[in-house]
Design a protein around this ligand. Structure first.
Ligand code: FES
Length: 246
């Protein structure tokens, strides 16, 4: 919802800026046309008698100083609008094409994803959506994770609950281990060690037939410290040492 609101806001700002610049540009053109029309209008004497043709036309400045500054200002604003619009589109592009912040349909089907998790002994990672899919067999499917799990698939946000580093999965320990300050989470993303205040956040998984979708528009905060619904001890040496307790 928050990501959607940001997207909508950025689109509105871009459209408003673009409209403003178009209006300014049109106003400038209309003023320029009015000025040139006034110059070519034949002057008339009182009573409607046409005035004699003017003598030799005076040499006119090609561009006045005011026009020069106005043109410079308009050009600067248009360059700014183009840069801002481009940056906004680049920022929104993943959302516009169904990446992080949207309801994502995975390219692999349910069986493929489950088989990959089991055979490779690590979660299915989907970088464009910034999440892992893991098989969940704990006892929190209808409590801590109600509405988030489907067909035993759980989606875990890759962002560390401490300061936001991307948390990789350690094949040796079978836990998620943050390389930044050593926070560690079990397979379900539940806090185990280190400075993180909570477990990893989650997304809702929706399975429709064999199609798997993950709703990354709503980040569900991780469960508090002490939550342990899968009771998984580390299954080997840690990948990241120096976990600070606390
Ligand atoms: S950011 Fe992960 S432990 Fe600090």
């Amino acid at each position: 919802m928050i990501a959607l609101a940001q997207s909508t806001f950025a689109i509105i700002v871009v459209i408003a800026l673009f409209g403003l610049f178009v209006l300014m540009l049109m106003g400038s053109f209309m003023r320029a046309r009015r000025n040139s029309a006034a110059l070519v209008t034949t002057p008339q004497r009182p009573g409607g008698v046409p005035a004699p043709p003017p003598a030799a036309p005076k040499a006119r400045a090609v561009l006045s100083r005011r026009d020069f500054f106005r043109g410079g200002l308009l050009t600067s604003l248009m360059v700014f609008a183009a840069q801002f619009g481009g940056a906004s589109l680049a920022f929104l592009w993943p959302n516009l094409k169904g990446g992080f912040g949207a309801l994502i349909t995975l390219p692999d089907n349910l069986d493929t994803i489950k088989n990959q998790i089991q055979q490779q002994r690590q979660p299915y990672y989907f970088g464009a959506g910034r999440f892992y899919l893991e098989l969940y067999t704990g006892d929190g499917a209808n409590t801590e994770y109600a509405g988030l799990i489907s067909n035993n698939l759980m989606a875990i946000y890759q962002k560390c609950a401490h300061l936001g580093c991307r948390v990789p999965f350690c094949e040796q320990s079978q836990w998620f281990e943050c390389p930044c300050h050593g926070s560690k989470y079990n397979k379900a993303g539940e806090y185990q060690l280190g400075p993180a205040p909570t477990g990893l956040s989650h997304f809702a998984v929706k399975v429709d037939g064999s199609t798997v979708k993950v709703d990354t528009s709503n980040i569900v905060p991780g469960p508090p410290r002490g939550t342990n619904t899968i009771h998984q001890s580390p299954e080997g040496p840690f990948c990241v040492g120096g976990a600070a307790g606390g």
